[in-house]
Design a binder for this molecule. Structure first.
Ligand code: ATP
Length: 238
């Protein structure tokens, strides 16, 4: 079953096109990777899907309803939640308070305690640092907090923008293992934008490759994981 379907999205920064007719279909319960080089349009796609950036053309359907005209707040309230690039946790606030802020959806607030226990079970490091200021933690722990905070909203679909950015391989591996476990155990739909194609493909079921604001390749992640295919697309010969 399709949970999100976007057709022919076009987004601009001023007069400059950044998405040039992008279509994606995301199956419920899967992990989908959006990969591509720096500047390919991965963040632009996630920001457009989440309502942070206006889609000038095209449409987006989420859980059977059109959302391309909604604000970012409204999109998140519908259950499509973004953990943005660069983490953006509140450094002066404790881990606990950052997590509580995540529970902004009505349903999530009603089940906040139960949800918190579940989220912390996936991120034991955050439990250890529960009362600490977020800004005191390592980059990897802050990335975990950003993901955990997004999960506190009890999303129907979670979007992650470049969770590996600036992290050591150990943290990157740990974070992707946790994502795979959450998807496996809860069936949460995940869309992850990544420059680190190999790690994203190791966890994803399906993948899209973006280049200069267009989808140049799509297919099952295990097929994409063959080097030749990726090299071709990154070299621009597909
Ligand atoms: P990255 O890994 O660097 O985030 P990306 O694939 O996510 O890369 P985008 O950030 O979506 O790429 O950028 C797509 C294009 O839009 C690039 O050419 C970029 O220079 C341009 N761009 C992105 N943000 C802005 C902005 N705020 N104003 C103007 N142009 C922008």
């Amino acid at each position: 079953m399709t949970i999100l379907s976007a057709k022919n999205l076009e987004s601009f920064y001023g007069p400059v096109p950044a998405l040039r007719g992008v279509s994606v279909d995301i199956c419920k319960g899967t992990v989908t990777a959006v990969i591509g080089a720096n500047g390919a349009g991965k963040s632009t796609l996630l920001n457009t899907l989440s309502g942070l950036l206006e889609a000038r053309f095209g449409h987006i359907e989420f859980l059977g309803e059109r959302i391309e005209m909604l604000s970012a707040d409204q999109v998140a309230s519908r259950g499509l939640v973004l953990a943005p690039e660069g983490r953006q946790v509140f450094p002066e606030m404790s881990v606990r308070d950052n997590l509580r802020l995540g529970a902004f959806r009505k349903d999530a607030r009603a089940h906040e305690e139960r949800n918190l226990a579940r989220v912390l079970a996936y991120f034991p490091r955050l439990e250890q640092r529960f009362e600490q200021r977020a800004g005191m933690m390592s980059g990897g722990e802050q990335q975990m907090l950003a993901i955990a905070r997004a999960l506190m909203a009890a999303p129907d679909m979670l979007m992650l923008d470049e969770p590996s950015l600036g992290l050591s391989p150990k943290y990157v591996h740990e974070i992707y293992q946790i994502l795979a476990r959450i998807n496996d155990e809860t069936g949460l739909t995940v869309l992850v934008a990544e420059q680190n194609a190999s790690v994203a493909l190791s966890v994803a079921h399906f993948a899209y490759v973006l280049e200069l604001g267009r989808v140049v390749l799509l297919g099952p992640a295990e097929e994409m994981a063959t080097k030749e295919v990726l090299q071709e697309s990154f070299l621009g010969s597909t």
